[in-house]
Design a protein around this ligand. Structure first.
Ligand code: MN
Length: 600
């Protein structure tokens, strides 16, 4: 008996490498596979959005729009799909409606057919403008449920959200299980309810993190799902997705119709298996099954991010405390699903709460904005004491946050000026202002250069120099491991190493036969006095709020630091007079350094 058709979306060009190799796959490694991908029989290929746009501009020095145009040309017969964070688009803040409209139109013009649109709080008001804009462009608008587990979340709440999105005119519904928390029975329950109550195709996107995603896919298929997301096996498993080939084999055997064939998939996976080797330096530590997520509910990507942050300041031993603090912060914030940007908002506050030893003594600006309503409505009740403390006498926002934002496209256009050669460039600038400006400047000068790739490590031959050693600086001992070096013909040789497990890179410029190191220390001393202003997180100085000679009261913000994509105010530890300011805007700082000195 032939059963119904199951359609497949492969995430190989977006989520798979985002999950496993920090979003580093370059367009040059995608294009050679496109002809085969195009003919394979996929319903769509996810290829844009999420972190790909950011990574292109920041690390790969590729124009993300140009990547999209190249993929469009190389994949003429297959739908191209993107992930869009509703009113946040691909950035980390809410944009005014005119920018959202322009972005959706331009993404459609350059090649996107299917827009998977989500909001981190599942607040459908934040999806309104993008859904309308996608429909206006004549493209497929997919409404997304961010799946999570909490005392307030369940089939009932998700179904209510799906109905609201259906009323807004979406073409399909996606279940987005970013942390791999779905169980087979919960999947069957939710899919059955959606298929019974709505007349729309249902898509399942489930990460393999906890090892249950394959089971969930099968439960979804038996419950009536229409579309499944998979990743070619070369980039499957771990925090990525279940393998395409396995699902296709299972479906065929069970009599379901599926357009893909195993021979083509095998050839494709062969290509990507080779490609993956090139990016070995970016391999995630979490590429196996990690069942800890079932207890902590912390998604894999967020876990490695937090581990790196803690490692950077020698506080890796606090990671269990941070994992225990995350659910408490999440409860205080009314149980937001943990997905960009709420995963960073919750994660950073949890780290600060643990490191400062006093919960909410420092509250990030993002947590304040969240509690004020700038991200939309929380799914559950928020801690009103904390809200009062963070927001103070300022007004709470009840309406759709973007109602309060004035159109900003023309302001952005003015800010970036001649550096923008197209509307697309202005949108890139809107997403990532600092990175985009640098990118556009380098493009103009013709100096765009992707971050270097570490050569593959070669086996150490007997008698060769050791690459691992310990060094002691000012009484502190560090484990240094040299992991690679760029070819010797380069003007600027790059050495790759890890210091206490943190990747570092040093360039040695060859100048007149002498080699000199091009990086240097900050020269800032170590904190020892009460009046020394320090930070609990390593980060970049965004703003300095006081000058030498100013009088400050204890608890008054004196500077703003950005860490883990979040801005936090650093407050005066004591009242007194500012006698030293040792940092300026843009400086990179670490904990224990003296940033300012206040004399009582
Ligand atoms: Mn995903």
């Amino acid at each position: 008996m032939t059963k119904r058709k199951i359609e497949i979306t492969d995430v190989i060009l977006r989520d798979a490498h985002q999950s496993l190799i920090a979003t580093r796959m370059r367009t040059e490694d995608m294009l050679p596979a496109c002809d085969k991908l195009d003919k394979a029989g996929y319903w769509s290929l996810e290829c844009w959005g999420g972190a790909t746009f950011d990574s292109c501009v920041r690390f790969l020095k590729e124009d993300p729009w140009e990547r999209l145009r190249q993929l469009r040309k190389a994949l003429p017969n297959t739908r191209l799909q993107m992930l869009l964070r509703g009113q946040n688009l691909l950035g980390y803040r809410h944009y005014a409606d005119d920018v959202v409209e322009a972005f959706c139109q331009k993404a459609a013009d350059n090649g996107i057919d299917v827009f998977r649109i989500f909001d981190a709080l599942n607040d459908v008001r934040n999806l309104e403008t993008s859904i309308k804009a996608v429909k206006k462009a004549g493209k497929h608008a997919q409404g997304t449920i961010c799946y999570t587990v909490s005392p307030v979340h369940g089939t009932e709440l998700f179904l209510k959200q799906a109905k609201q999105m259906a009323d807004m005119g979406v073409d399909s519904i996606a279940i987005k299980d970013m942390a791999g928390l779905l169980t087979p029975s919960a999947t069957a329950d939710l899919v059955s309810a959606l298929k019974k109550e709505l007349n729309l195709p249902v898509f399942l996107h489930s990460h393999y993190t906890s090892g249950m995603a394959s089971m969930c896919q099968w439960a979804a298929i038996e419950a009536g799902v229409d579309h499944i997301d998979t990743a070619l096996s070369a980039f499957a498993g771990g925090t990525s997705h279940p393998p395409t080939e396995s699902l296709v084999a299972a479906l065929k055997e069970a009599g379901y119709q599926v357009d893909l064939d195993l021979e083509t998939l095998d050839e494709l996976t062969g290509h990507f298996r080779e490609v993956r080797k090139k990016y070995h330096q970016f391999e995630s530590e979490y590429n196996g099954v990690d069942t800890a997520v079932l207890l902590s509910q912390v998604p894999g990507g967020m876990m490695s991010n937090l581990a790196n942050q803690l490692k950077e300041q020698g506080a890796l031993d606090k990671i269990r405390d941070v994992f225990a603090e995350i659910p408490r912060v999440r409860k205080d914030l009314g149980y937001p699903p943990l997905v960009t940007p709420t995963s960073q908002i919750v994660g950073t506050q949890a780290v600060i709460n643990v490191l400062s030893g006093k919960r909410y003594e420092n509250i990030t600006n993002e947590v304040k904005k969240y509690l004020q309503g700038w991200y939309g409505a929380a799914p559950g009740k928020i801690n009103s004491d904390l809200q009062k403390r963070a927001v103070g006498n300022e007004e709470l926002i009840e309406e759709r946050p973007a109602n309060l934002l004035k159109n900003e496209f023309h302001t952005l256009k003015g800010e970036i000026g001649d550096l923008a050669e197209s509307e697309e460039d202005i949108l890139t600038f809107a997403m990532f202002p600092d990175q985009a400006r640098q990118f556009l400047e380098q493009r103009k000068e013709g100096t765009l250069k992707p971050e270097p790739l570490e050569p593959k490590p070669t086996a150490t031959s007997p008698g060769s120099v050791s690459t691992e050693f310990k060094i002691t600086v000012h009484g502190e001992t560090f484990d240094v491991n040299v992991t690679g070096v760029s070819p010797s013909g380069d003007d600027e040789r790059r050495f790759f190493m890890t210091v206490d497990g943190i990747p570092e890179e040093i360039s040695l410029e060859t100048v007149g036969g002498f080699e000199r190191e091009s990086s240097g220390g900050s020269g800032r001393g170590k904190a020892s006095k009460e009046g020394h202003v320090t930070t609990s997180m390593p980060g970049n100085i965004v703003d300095v709020l006081v000058n030498e000679g100013d009088s400050v009261d204890a608890g008054k913000p004196v500077l703003i630091i950005e860490a883990m994509k979040m801005e936090t105010e650093v407050k005066a530890p004591i009242s007194g007079k500012v006698v030293g300011v040792f940092i300026k805007k843009g400086d990179r700082v670490t904990p224990s350094e003296v940033l300012m000195e206040i004399e009582p």
